[in-house]
Design a protein around this ligand. Structure first.
Ligand SMILES: [Zn+2]
Length: 243
C-alpha cells in the first residue's frame, strides 16, 4: 500500500521512500509512500525521477492501481531491490501549473454554481489549460465575459484553499457536497478528501491544489462550445509568469 503524500501536502516535491515491490513486466516501481500524483479527476499524472543508490530512474508517469502507486520507469537500467531506499522528485514546473489550473477550475465551478446554479458534468486539464462542462441551456459571449470577470474577482479575493480528510459520515453531513455527487462514492470508502475554497466551493476531490486562489493568477476564458442541448463547455487558460 502506498501512502499518498500529495493528499496532505501538495507542495511536496522531494521525498524519501522505500521500494515495496517491483512490477517487472511493466517496469514499474512501487513505493511505500509517494508524492507523485497518479492521475485522476481530470488531472494528469506527475512525471519525475527516483534515485536509488547510483541509479537515477526517469519516471514517465505514475498510476494508481488498487492501493498502490506504480512509477513507470523509462530506459532499461536494472530496477532497484525490494526494501531499497529511494529519493523521489516530482517534476515541479508542470505539477505546479496543474495545481494552479485545478484550483482555477474549482473557482470556475464555484462561481457558475453560485451565480447561475449550474452543475458541472465533466472536466479535464493540462498545465495552464483546462475545460469544464456545465448544465447550461444557453451560453453567449456576454455571459462568458461575466463568468471570466467573476472568476478573476475570486483570484483577487485571495480565498484560502483548505484540504481535509473526513470520515465518510461526517462528509455526508456537508450539504454542499451533495451537488458534487458524493452519494455516488462506493460503499467501501471510509474517508472522503474534501477541497474547500473558503466561502466559494466545496468538493470531494483527490487532486492537488494551491493554498490560496491568489496563486492561480489571471484566468482567461478562451473559448466556449455547445456540447449538446444542456451541456456547454468553457475553456480557460493561464499564463506562465516565468515564460
Ligand atoms: Zn477537482
Amino acid at each position: 500500500m502506498t501512502e499518498l503524500l500529495y493528499q496532505t501536502d501538495s507542495y511536496l516535491q522531494d521525498f524519501e521512500a522505500r521500494v515495496e515491490s517491483i512490477d517487472d513486466e511493466n517496469r514499474a516501481i512501487i513505493l511505500d509512500r509517494s508524492a507523485f500524483y497518479p492521475g485522476g479527476g481530470g488531472q494528469p499524472a506527475d512525471s519525475g525521477a527516483l534515485v536509488a543508490g547510483e541509479i537515477t530512474y526517469t519516471i514517465k508517469r505514475a498510476k494508481k492501481v488498487g492501493p498502490q502507486v506504480l512509477h513507470y520507469v523509462e530506459g532499461d537500467s536494472p530496477l532497484p531491490e525490494v526494501g531499497q531506499a529511494v529519493q523521489g522528485r516530482v517534476d515541479w514546473v508542470p505539477r505546479y501549473h496543474l495545481m494552479r489550473t485545478h484550483t482555477a477550475l474549482h473557482i470556475l465551478c464555484g462561481v457558475v454554481f453560485r451565480d447561475y446554479g449550474a452543475l458541472v458534468t465533466g472536466g479535464n486539464m493540462e498545465p495552464l489549460k483546462g475545460r469544464m462542462d456545465f448544465e447550461f441551456e444557453t451560453m453567449h459571449k456576454e455571459l462568458v465575459e461575466k463568468i471570466e470577470q467573476a472568476v478573476n474577482q475570486e483570484v483577487v479575493n485571495a480565498r484560502p484553499v483548505h484540504i481535509r480528510i473526513l470520515p465518510r459520515e461526517e462528509a455526508f453531513q456537508i450539504p454542499d457536497l451533495i451537488r458534487t455527487k458524493i452519494n455516488l462514492l462506493p460503499e467501501g470508502i471510509k474517508e472522503v478528501r474534501v477541497v474547500e475554497i473558503v466561502g466559494l466551493d466545496l468538493q470531494a476531490d483527490g487532486g492537488t491544489h494551491v493554498h490560496n486562489t491568489s496563486e492561480v493568477g489571471h484566468v482567461r476564458v478562451v473559448d466556449y462550445k455547445s456540447k449538446g442541448k444542456i451541456n456547454k463547455r468553457i475553456y480557460i487558460e493561464m499564463d506562465d509568469p516565468s515564460a
